[in-house]
Every structure is written in C-alpha cells, then in structure tokens.
Write a protein that binds this ligand. Structure first.
Ligand code: C5P
Length: 397
C-alpha cells in the first residue's frame, strides 16, 4: 500500500507514455497522491487533459509557466514528494540527468531535488545499448538513482531487445520497494546464480548440476530487505525471483560481462556454479560423428568472476561474497579460497553426496570472514538466504 505517499511523476516523450496513464491509476488505487509533470515531448504522446483527469490534479508543463511559479516554485515541487518517478525515462532525459542539465521543468526538477528518484527507462534497443546511454546509466547508478526495467521484447519501432518500459505494476512494485525502506533500501547488489553452459558446438555444451536454488533465494531475500538486485543467472532450473532485474547469460564469459555491466554496486554475491573451463575454439558447426575417430576437446580456463571483481581497482563493491562447495577440509579450503580470491566473505558448504545438499532444499554452511569461521546450523536454503541477507545489511549499514 502507498497510502498517503506523494509521488511526483515525470512523463517523458516516448510511445511508452501511454503506460504512464495506467501507472497513475495503479498508484492512486494504492492510495498514493500523484502530481504529474508532462514534458513537451511527452505531451506529443498523451494529452495534459488525460493526465490531469487521471491524477485528479493539475499537470505541470513548462518551467516558465509563471502562474505555476506563483502557486508552487519548481524547487518546492521537486522536494514535496516522497519519490520522483520518471516514466518513461527517455535516453535524452537520462543524458540530461547524467550531465546535470536543466533546460526544462522536468530536468530542472531532477537537478533541484533531494528526493529519491526512480527511472523506468524506455527507448529503442540501439539507443539503450549505445555506449553513451550505458555510460549515462553507470553515472546515474553511481549517483544513487534507482531503475526499474527496461524489459526485453518487441518494440513499437519493430525491433526486438531491451528497451521496453517496465509494466505499470512492475513500476508500482519498485515504488513500493523504494518506499518500504528496508535496511538495504538504496543499496544495489549483484547476485550470480545457476550453472554456466560452455559451448562445444552449436548444439552441445558442458554444464553442471547447479539448480540455482540458493542464488535465487539470496536474490529474493536481498530484494525483500529493500535492495535493488541485479540477478545474473545462467540457465538454471529455478525461475528467477520477482522484483529484481534479471540478466540471463549462458557462458562464464557472458556472466562476467553482465556482472561488470551491473557495476557499480554496493555488494556482490557470487552464488553461481561457474564452469572452470571452456572448450578452446568451440566449433560454429555441429561436430560430425566420423567412423573410428573421436573428437579431442582442448580446454582453456574461464575467467574467475569472483576473483576478478574482488580484485578490481575501480568500482570494487564494498562487500564481495563468494561460495565454496567443498567435499573435504571445508573450513581450511574455504579459508584459503577467501585469501586467494581476495573476497570479503566465503559461504562454505559441505557438498559430500551423503549431505543431500546439492539439488536439495537444505544447506549447512560456514561463513568465513576476516574474523574466522562461523558454523550455521543446518537449515533450508531460504533460511540461509534470509540470514545472509541480514548479515549483508549489517555490513553495509
Ligand atoms: O574456485 P571455486 O569455483 O571453488 O570458487 C567458488 C566461488 O567462486 C563461487 O562463489 C563461484 O560463484 C565463484 N566463481 C566465479 N567464477 C569462476 C569460478 C568460480 O565467480 N570462474
């Protein structure tokens, strides 16, 4: 519920502006008061009349509308809300925010505010993927600006890929999370999960048995405490949790790229079972079965995502957590691993087959930190996730 919360909704100029109308309804249904600001470009897509009728309030348009200044100055307008939502957030508006430009009411409000801001980006896939937009996104994230979406899918321009604005109910969920102010509110955390698939040829791959259950539970638990979670998942059996940004990957190299693309983050939790090796020069044609001859696969080492991120000189997350699945000398091996990888914590688990942990619902972990080893009682993976999320919240507080 959003009873008695005040949302300033900035509607940018893009085809997704029509969804902003539904967003206003959904926010108001939950008890929020919505003050709308429609950019000049936004008004090309939806009319001020529909916006103000749905919001039940006047719509603010231009910075130089002096009667507005007399009623409520732009500085006051920018600060009188509990949250500013920009939907759709266009590439242009995000570029203005990233560089601190203020040449219309929307960009001026965004520069003048000290309120939390949540963006729902929407743009053509090429614009989204353009290095300039990606640079702006990194700047905005580092400035503490929240984001929901964009989703992947068919676009109004006929292309396919990331760039569709999140659906109104997803934006409402992100608003609720942002205002819920759990102990991880305002913190951005990347979580890896699942196995990786390393191609042999276009139809065959090398994989492992990771189900993604523990990583998914951790992502869900962190999001429940208010974190903005980027969930980088290999092809796992467990479906990803709601309320997180999901980035699906196949190989270890894809996973590293996705993790680096999510930086800067406050914390990183690496729960994925990343393949240690990949096939050197995987074939782009299906390997043929030839009589009497067996293919010889040559391997090469995959990047170690945990070690790479833990040892970064720039944008190293404040807290880097790795996992260690061990069958012998769990504590010694995990302690050595913590040092070798350069991470802050290792969550070690005993995966001897008789424990039933691999693929099961339970887990028995030992948390290795700079202060030593702390054995947790056997509990479910969901409970391990909740406890770990709580510890992450304490560490980032
Ligand atoms: O070295 P080992 O695979 O046992 O280390 C396990 C930890 O390192 C896990 O947190 C796993 O997600 C991470 N890892 C990684 N990239 C790799 C291998 C492991 O991030 N290539």
């Amino acid at each position: 519920m959003l009873a008695s919360t005040r949302i300033l909704l900035i509607i940018g100029g893009g085809i997704a502006a029509y969804k902003a109308l539904d967003l206003i309804r959904r926010l108001r249904e939950r008890g929020a008061a919505v003050t709308p600001v429609l950019t000049r470009a936004g008004a090309e897509f939806v009319t001020p009349l529909s916006v103000s009728a749905l919001a039940g309030q006047k719509v603010y348009g231009d910075l130089f509308d002096l009667t507005d200044e007399a009623e409520m100055g732009h500085i006051e307008l920018s600060r009188s809300a509990d949250l500013i939502v920009v939907a759709p957030a266009t590439a242009d508006l995000m570029a203005k925010m990233a560089t601190g430009q203020a040449d219309d009411l929307a960009s001026t409000l965004l520069l003048a505010t000290d309120t939390d801001v949540l963006l729902a980006p929407a743009m053509n896939v090429r614009m989204w993927e353009h290095p300039a937009t990606q640079r702006n996104i990194a700047v905005l994230r580092a400035d503490g600006i929240g984001m929901v979406g964009p989703n992947s899918g068919d676009m109004a321009c006929g292309e396919y890929g990331p760039g569709r604005m999140a659906e109104p109910l997803e934006i409402v969920a992100a608003v609720e999370d942002k205002l819920a102010a759990g102990p991880l509110a305002g913190k951005r955390i990347v979580v890896t999960s699942g196995p990786t698939h390393e191609p042999i040829d276009p139809v065959r791959y090398i994989a492992n048995r990771s189900s993604g259950a523990q990583g998914t539970a951790i992502a869900r638990a962190l999001a429940a405490l208010g974190a903005e979670v980027v969930f980088v998942s290999g092809p796992a059996d467990t479906p990803p949790p709601g309320g997180v940004e999901v980035v699906r990957v196949q190989s270890a190299r894809d996973m590293l790229a996705a993790v680096e693309g999510a930086l800067p983050v406050d914390a990183a939790v690496f729960a994925a079972a990343v393949a240690d090796w990949r096939v050197k020069s995987a074939s782009d044609r299906k390997l043929k079965k030839t009589q009497g001859a067996l293919p010889v696969l040559e391997f090469e080492e995959n990047p170690d995502i945990l070690a790479t991120v833990a040892q970064r000189e720039t944008h190293r997350p404040r807290l880097v957590v790795g996992f260690a699945a061990e069958t012998d000398d769990v504590i010694d091996n995990a302690t050595a691993k913590r040092a070798r990888k350069g991470c802050d914590w290792i969550v070690a688990n005993d995966v001897r087959p008789e424990t039933g942990i691999m693929g099961g619902t339970d887990n028995a972990v030992t948390l290795i930190t700079a202060d030593g080893a702390e054995a947790w009682p056997r509990m479910t993976k969901v409970e391990v996730a909740a406890r770990l999320a709580q510890r992450v919240a304490e560490a980032l507080a």
